[in-house]
Design a protein around this ligand. Sequence first.
Ligand code: C2G
Length: 130
Amino acid sequence: MKKVITYGTFDLIHHGHINILKRAKEYGDYLIVGLSSDEFNAIKGKAAYHSYEERKLILEAIKYVDEVIPEHNWGQKVDDIQKNNVDLFVMGSDWEGKFDELMDYCEVLYLPRTEGISTTKIKTDLYNKQ
Ligand code: C2G
């Protein structure tokens, strides 16, 4: 069984998130998502609308996702990869090159980001429509 892992905040789920999850799953048989905790989001400087539990519930309802684990810090990826016997690490291209050190532990793949959508854009567009 080929295991794939990806990480993110996945707040206000949109088609860009679905695209990366769909494509990541196509490279294997089992997709794990490392979901940023509320505390880690604060460290990342991201204010998520939905709590960790709400974002986890939503992700677990997506057919491409097989397992959701908490992402507490930047440094846990190697341990996650080894503990879960992960074969492939996938991230969107906005992270191109940022996680190449993981190549010592598994394959690393950056997939093209979906243009024209982001959680920030959603918030901004909604605000401007008021
Ligand atoms: N993404 C995408 N296209 C978009 C928006 C996001 O492909 N239009 C991808 C990102 O590249 C990332 C994933 O969706 O691979 C999740 O994006 P975010 O929720 O914004 O996560 P991020 O803040 O990038 O956190 O340790 C890694 C971090 O947790 C990643």
